[in-house]
Write a protein that binds this ligand. Structure first.
Ligand code: K7E
Ligand code: CUA
Length: 683
């Protein structure tokens, strides 16, 4: 999308705009000019007429031109957004804001066959179960792309589940989840995921303190027995998986740890985690204690946690961690003794902690304070090195002096939350209470401009805006409230992503995109050329979890059904427009192992497998192997069919599973049977 054209058209009248468009550069002037004129006989209309007819202003049309991506053309950037309670990741394009995909992560999702019979996905989901409970949802908050030298490399995406303290790994080769790791010591997280500059670690820090490891302790002993922690998941890039064996955690006081960021360049090796509730309030409004919310808002200052993770890694490797439920945890005592944890006061109950592209400063959003506070890493490091402490917290953690640690504060207004950066030395802070984006300069810490957004912006993202190499141009405001922005859809409204053009002298909101599946929190925006996704699995029969040929992959011509006792193994292939075999005979009570290979290698030649009554839905992309196992405990006739309209004979791409009653056992439910009668009666 060229900015030239938009600059030409801004600030001229409707008629002028049409003329400028008609005569503008582009080489196809003649054609364009024709298109702009009303076609004789009626369907077309000139731009000026269209603008008049639809009541569009110049600003509307420039916004449209900045965001319109013609059919067949691609977006410049990907947005990877958390999907909130949907437990998924939402992928959009910039500038069109078209939704491209929902990636199934913590929640079963039938289109992708995620958790609906596909054995691999069940394995991944089951690995995320906690305390013996099957967990089939997540609250995804903070996606983080893998980084090389502090910039996105487009290979992996990590996302935390705030509700159940879990971390997921998504491979951006096929946009599929490969791993879910439950945190063995935490019950909730929030500063998760954030990666270190070369993705050495994926960090997950706690939100609500608990006795680490999940045991019971009375809430009255909150200060003594409840704790937070920062977990450093070691990422094994070769394998594309978190290596739990090489991961560890650092115990933290029972303040509620909040958002976090890893240092970069000069501050590489450090992690910064906000907190609120240094009051150690724990609620109890029906038990004579203040509600959590007011109890946690008494102190003027909370603590920015400064963690030297490289030192922590050495301490862990030196065997100085203790085991909690089999997981190595560096105790608070050890963390203090080894000098790897320091606190810096921060104005009450902050929210975002964001490291500037040069790694020199950490910007903390005030939330209940009207400022963004800018901390100097150099000053923090100097104070730590000189052991120049202003005091200690009740757990012995040294506290640095606020005034000595900050570079300055910027008065922004009401409810500053999160901050991202552009390529011109500017910062953009979301102003939740004011419903604005505040643009300010990192050079002089002066406010430049505030632009209204709709409404109550939470996170904010910019193109590569939290890396060492921000791209500028676009900012996305992630608004919590949509109120009047879209057609009514009942009381539950979508969230509203607003695309803001920040390339000009004044910010312009150019697009509203409803996000109708859970509440997104953070997003990251990556240049599209960095994503190198595959369009089919190679070789044919690839298990997407291992990336290798599945042992049950079936070649064309070698399809078969093998019976071993009560186990029936179905080696099946798919190719437009049939399943082979398309008749499967089993006996009631048999365990059916379905090994399904899509023999195709053509882009977009995806088939599916859906079957009645057995809760199986598979997505079998070209070259993919999908295996499912189910017990055919119900006798009857069950059609299965392809779930994707893959060809003219797609509807014919079907077959039957015939489950014969075992001798002496009842068959299908007879119309006159008691169960059948009861079901009819219940209608
Ligand atoms: Cu919604 Cu990052 Cu979880 Cu702020 S958090 S808004
Ligand atoms: Cu294969 Cu429809």
């Amino acid at each position: 999308m060229g900015t030239m054209g938009t600059r030409i058209v801004s600030g001229i009248g409707a008629f002028g705009l049409a003329a400028a468009l008609a005569c503008g550069p582009g080489g196809e002037g003649g054609q364009a000019q024709q298109a702009l004129r009303p076609a004789s006989g009626g369907a077309g209309a000139g731009v000026a007429e269209l603008m008049a007819a639809r009541g569009l202003t110049d600003a509307d049309v420039t916004a449209a031109l900045k965001t319109y991506v013609p059919s067949g053309k691609h977006d410049d950037y990907y947005i990877f957004s958390s999907g909130g309670q949907s437990g998924q990741v939402v992928v959009l394009g910039i500038p069109s804001m078209r939704i491209l995909k929902y990636i199934a992560v913590f929640t079963p999702e039938p289109w992708q066959g995620w958790g609906f019979g596909d054995r691999g996905s069940h394995e991944v989901l089951a690995n995320g179960d906690r305390h013996g409970h099957e967990i089939r949802w997540g609250d995804t908050h903070h996606p983080n792309l893998s980084e090389t030298n502090g910039d996105y490399d487009g290979k992996y995406l990590f996302i935390g589940d705030k509700a159940n303290a879990r971390m997921a790994v998504i491979d951006l080769e096929d946009f599929a989840t490969k791993q879910i790791v439950p945190n063995p010591i935490l019950e909730s997280d929030h500063g998760a995921a954030f990666v270190t500059p070369n993705t050495e670690y994926v960090i997950e820090s706690s939100q609500y303190p608990v006795p680490l490891g999940g045991e019971f302790a009375p809430i009255e002993s909150y200060a003594e027995t409840y704790r937070g922690a920062a977990t450093l998941w070691k990422f094994d890039r070769e394998r594309g998986r978190i290596d739990v064996e090489r991961s560890f955690a650092i115990e933290l006081p029972p303040y509620m740890q909040d958002l976090a960021d890893a240092g970069k360049l000069v501050s590489d090796g450090y992690a910064f985690i906000n907190s609120f509730n240094t009051e150690k309030a724990f609620g109890g409004n029906l038990e004579g204690r203040p509600p959590l919310e007011s109890g946690a808002s008494q102190n003027d200052m909370d603590y920015l946690h400064v963690i030297d993770w490289k030192k922590a890694e050495q301490v862990f490797q030196a065997g100085k961690a203790e085991q909690i439920r089999g997981f190595p945890v560096i105790s608070l005592e050890t963390a203090v003794a080894e000098g790897l944890l320091h606190f810096v006061p921060e104005p009450k109950s902050p929210h975002g902690a964001d490291v500037t592209p040069d790694g020199k400063f950490i910007v903390v959003g005030g939330k209940l304070d009207t400022h963004a506070t800018v901390y100097s890493f150099e000053k923090i490091k100097g104070l730590i090195d000189a052991k120049d402490y202003a005091g200690k917290d009740p757990y012995g953690v040294p506290i640095l002096d606020f005034a000595k640690a900050i570079q300055g504060q910027v008065e922004l207004g009401l409810g500053p939350l999160h901050t991202v950066f552009d390529d011109q030395g500017n910062a953009y802070t979301s102003m939740f209470v004011e419903s604005k984006v505040a643009k300010w300069s990192l050079r002089d810490l002066k406010l430049i401009e505030k632009a209204p957004v709709h409404y109550n912006i939470g996170h904010i993202a910019a193109a590569h805006g939290d890396t060492v190499n921000p791209r500028g141009k676009w900012v996305v405001a992630m608004n919590k409230w949509a109120i009047d922005r879209f057609l009514d859809v009942g009381p539950l409204l979508p969230q509203n992503f607003q695309l803001v053009d920040v390339s000009g002298p004044a910010m312009q909101v150019v697009y509203d995109a409803p996000i109708p599946l859970g509440e997104p929190h953070y997003t990251q925006i990556i240049s599209a050329d960095l994503i190198d996704a595959i369009d089919h699995y190679d070789p044919v029969g690839t298990d997407p979890l291992t990336g290798e040929l599945d042992p049950h992959a079936t070649e064309g011509g070698k399809e078969r059904i093998e019976r071993q006792g009560n186990e029936v193994h179905v080696y099946m292939t798919q190719v437009r427009s049939h399943f082979t075999p398309d008749t499967i005979r089993v006996k009631q009570g048999d365990t059916v192992h379905l090994y399904l290979t899509n023999l195709e290698q053509a882009r977009d030649a995806t088939h599916g497998f859906g079957i009645s009554s057995y809760n199986v839905s598979l997505s079998v992309e070209p070259g993919k192997q999908s295996n499912a196992t189910f017990v055919a405990d119900r006798a009857g006739v069950f059609p299965f069919y392809c779930l994707e309209f893959c060809s003219a004979l797609h509807l014919e791409m079907a077959g039957y599973l015939l489950v014969e009653p075992r001798e002496g056992q009842a068959g299908g439910e007879a119309p006159g049977s008691r169960a059948g009668a009861a079901r009819h009666a219940a209608r």
